[in-house]
Design a protein around this ligand. Structure first.
Ligand code: IPE
Ligand code: IPE
Ligand code: MG
Length: 251
């Protein structure tokens, strides 16, 4: 496998031109909303509210930096273990976000894609998500992938199930199963390879996010809590990425 050729950072928004390599695909584990609120003596939902504002700013900044795909971890398959009231708050924020921002995102040329089993959400939320996907399907400027009820192990398990079924009905020989066969069954199929994976809030784990896709991603952990992450934080992350030496097992 050969590394992708370097692309220069499209720094039109800042006019600085760092001259480094711009990642095509950046994913973020947006963590630390609860602690942000707690530190201010506020309810956790205040952190989630501020976190959504941060997400909106970062989506804009990613487009301006020339990042093709931004994948945001918004709700994990493990987040169901939170209190029902917090899950309800998160769902209400999601409803509000789509209603408030869909037209603006569509106008910015952003295509919205969702990974994860969002069909398990309440039916009106599913409808809103489907509407957001359909409304932006023809957009080509940048792609925003939102991970909703996403779990990487489940995603891989489902891929294995599909491949096993293909083998069972005689459509595929086990000898012909390659990395590409698996990749083709993942929900991220067709997206450029993941270049940079960022996690905020100081935790250093992947929490069941993009385990396969992160095989050769650069990992960046920052202590910044997600609600404090902004356009400048993203730019700094991209600058650090540009300094990394990606060897892909070579020299
Ligand atoms: C991330 O912030 C948002 C979601 C998981 C939905 P948290 O809610 O996990 O915030 P902390 O980790 O408790 O601070
Ligand atoms: C990961 O954060 C999931 C999202 C950011 C949506 P968590 O806060 O749920 O992760 P853990 O539980 O600390 O691993
Ligand atoms: Mg957390």
């Amino acid at each position: 496998m050969t590394a992708k050729p370097a692309r220069s950072v499209n720094d039109a928004a800042t006019g600085t031109g760092s001259g480094g390599n711009c990642p095509r695909h950046v994913a973020i584990i947006m963590d630390g909303n609860g602690r942000w609120a707690q530190r201010r003596g506020l309810p956790r939902i205040a952190g989630h509210r501020k976190g959504i504002e941060a997400a909106r700013e970062v989506v804009k900044a990613a487009g301006a930096l020339g990042i093709e795909v931004l994948t945001l971890y918004a709700f994990s398959s493990e987040n169901w273990s939170r209190p029902a009231s917090e899950i309800a708050d998160l769902m209400n924020l999601l409803r509000r976000f789509i209603r408030k921002e869909l037209e603006a995102l569509a106008g910015e040329g952003i295509r919205i894609r969702v990974i994860g089993n969002y069909q398990a959400f309440e039916s009106d939320v599913v409808e809103l998500i489907d509407r957001a996907i359909a409304r932006t399907a023809d957009n080509r400027k940048a792609t925003l992938v939102v991970a909703l009820n996403y779990g990487s192990q489940f995603e891989i398990t489902e891929a294995v199930r599909k491949i096993a079924a293909d083998v069972q009905r005689g459509a595929l020989s086990p000898d012909d199963i390659t990395d590409q066969t698996v990749e083709a069954q993942l929900s991220t199929h067709g997206l450029p390879p993941l270049d940079l994976l960022i996690r905020t809030s100081g935790e250093k784990r992947l929490s069941n996010f993009l385990l396969w896709q992160a095989a050769y991603a650069e990992l960046l952990f920052t202590d910044t809590l997600w609600p404090d992450f902004d356009a400048d934080s993203l730019k700094q992350a991209i600058e650090e990425f540009a300094q990394r030496d990606r060897r892909y097992g070579g020299l």
